[in-house]
Design a binder for this molecule. Structure first.
Ligand SMILES: [Zn+2]
Length: 163
């Protein structure tokens, strides 16, 4: 998913609930793109920085050098990254203890005679070793483009209503 979506989506949700903490919410939103730095390490994307052990270590460091509130903010952004990356092949949530990607194939389907589309989720578990066979775009995916369009629409509607 695109870095911009990883930052904007959780930050906008948090700003709606914590409008008093704008500075902290925006500053810590940078944690939302931290896991994607494993892109620059060969055969490591969605593995070494995309798991609960890595998140725990980062949150513990934030807690030690800062405070509990900032540790909660950083864990929120880091976990949001893993959730937004859930689309196939998913992420290696339990690496290095479980060397598989856990992800979902998400399809929007319509059933004959029913005009309302439905989401179909198929859980896919892929061995990490399989991921070396394909290369995926870090910056563009179907779901992320859809989220980005929704965010832009929401911002446009908000500003049109304000005027
Ligand atoms: Zn990622």
């Amino acid at each position: 998913m695109e870095p911009l979506v990883h930052i904007l989506l959780p930050a906008l949700i948090l700003l709606a609930f914590l409008p008093k903490y704008k500075k902290e919410v925006l500053l810590f939103s940078l944690f939302a793109i931290l896991p994607d730095f494993d892109t620059y390490i060969p055969h490591s994307h969605r593995i070494i920085f995309h798991n609960l052990l890595f998140i725990s270590i980062v949150v513990l460091i934030v807690y030690i050098i800062s405070n509990k509130f900032n540790a909660i903010l950083s864990s929120y952004y880091l976990l949001s990254h893993l959730i937004l990356d859930i689309e196939y092949p998913g992420t290696a949530f339990l690496y290095p203890f479980y060397n598989y990607f856990i992800g979902f194939k998400i399809k929007i389907i319509t059933i004959a005679g029913n005009l309302i589309p439905q989401f179909k989720f198929d859980m896919i578990i892929t061995p990490i070793i399989e991921s070396f066979k394909f290369t995926e775009s870090t910056y563009f995916g179907n779901i992320s483009v859809m989220f980005l369009v929704l965010i832009i629409l929401a911002i446009l509607i908000y500003y049109c209503k304000k005027q």
